[in-house]
Design a protein around this ligand. Structure first.
Ligand code: PEP
Ligand code: MN
Length: 270
């Protein structure tokens, strides 16, 4: 292979990936907003959340069914029950959805009804999973592992692409640094680097980068100004009731403010 598929070739435009009839990622004039709970808790919770997210202008709902947690004693997600809830809610509300699938055994059964498959940061190096995803034609959101270099991250994308699936969206979600006051550190440089060295869309997840509520807005807006194609934020009706990552989950009012601000600054980007 002489030339990597992820690379920007002179004659080529950046990739725009179609998610649904009217949602695209990679179209710089229309930033994509992904939001929702870290974890699916119940059908009612997700239904109420999805309804309001859609009304506030969220383009895609995030909600986790498989939660690869640092501790095996932390909530691991509702797993298949969660996927079924997610698909029911997607159909009732009519909003595209993204969720992580950690095991290929669930792919075949659920892939049809999920709009974007997320590869979590802990699975970025799971090359067997990447190969399986490469054999589908689903949009894949590939999160950067907390210690992955840009090259390792792009080569993980290349794994998916080399098996035939070029619908890869990159997601910067914070890297591990010497700072311990925040969960991770958002690597804002990743945005211009990826834009300069690949043709893939990149979105930013400020929630897992900082791990607290008060930094979400400044980081989200910095990402947009820096050229990110969108943002993914953990948000739910009552953040205090979140079953995972509640410290970084923002309420719908704050999310709504961010959405309005994104709209205002979208054409200011570099
Ligand atoms: C998530 O988005 O829910 C998640 C687990 O993120 P990460 O893989 O980046 O830790
Ligand atoms: Mn989370």
């Amino acid at each position: 292979m002489s030339e990597f598929l992820y690379k920007q070739k002179k004659e080529e435009k950046n990739k725009i990936i179609q998610i649904s009839n009217n949602v695209f990622i990679g179209n710089q004039s229309k930033k994509v907003i992904i939001a929702g709970p870290c974890s699916i808790k119940s059908k009612q919770q997700l239904l109420d959340t999805a309804r309001i997210l859609k009304a506030k202008g969220v383009n895609i709902m995030r909600a986790g069914a498989f939660k690869p947690r640092t501790s095996p004693y932390s909530f691991q997600g509702l797993e298949e029950e969660g996927l079924n809830i997610l698909i029911e809610v997607k159909k009732e509300i009519g909003i595209p959805v993204i969720t992580e699938i950690t095991d290929e055994k669930y792919l075949e059964k659920y892939i049809e009804n999920i709009d974007i498959i997320q590869v979590g940061s802990k699975n970025m190096f799971n090359y067997e999973l990447l190969k399986k995803l490469g054999k589908t034609n689903k949009p894949i959101l590939l999160k950067r592992a907390m210690s992955a270099t840009y090259k390792e991250w792009l080569l993980a994308a290349e794994y998916i692409m080399s098996f035939g699936n070029e619908n890869v969206i990159l997601c910067e979600r914070g890297i591990r640094t010497f700072e311990t006051e925040t969960r991770n550190t958002l690597d804002i440089q990743a945005i211009p680097y990826i834009k300069n060295n690949s043709r893939l869309p990149i979105i930013v997840d400020p929630s897992h980068a900082c791990g607290n509520r008060y930094m979400i807005k400044p980081l989200a807006l910095a990402a947009i100004i820096s050229g990110a194609d969108g943002i993914m934020i953990e948000s739910e009706l009552d953040p205090e009731e979140a079953v995972s990552d509640k410290e970084q989950t923002i309420d719908i009012d704050e999310l709504s403010e961010i959405i309005n601000n994104v709209e205002q600054i979208s054409n200011l980007q570099v």
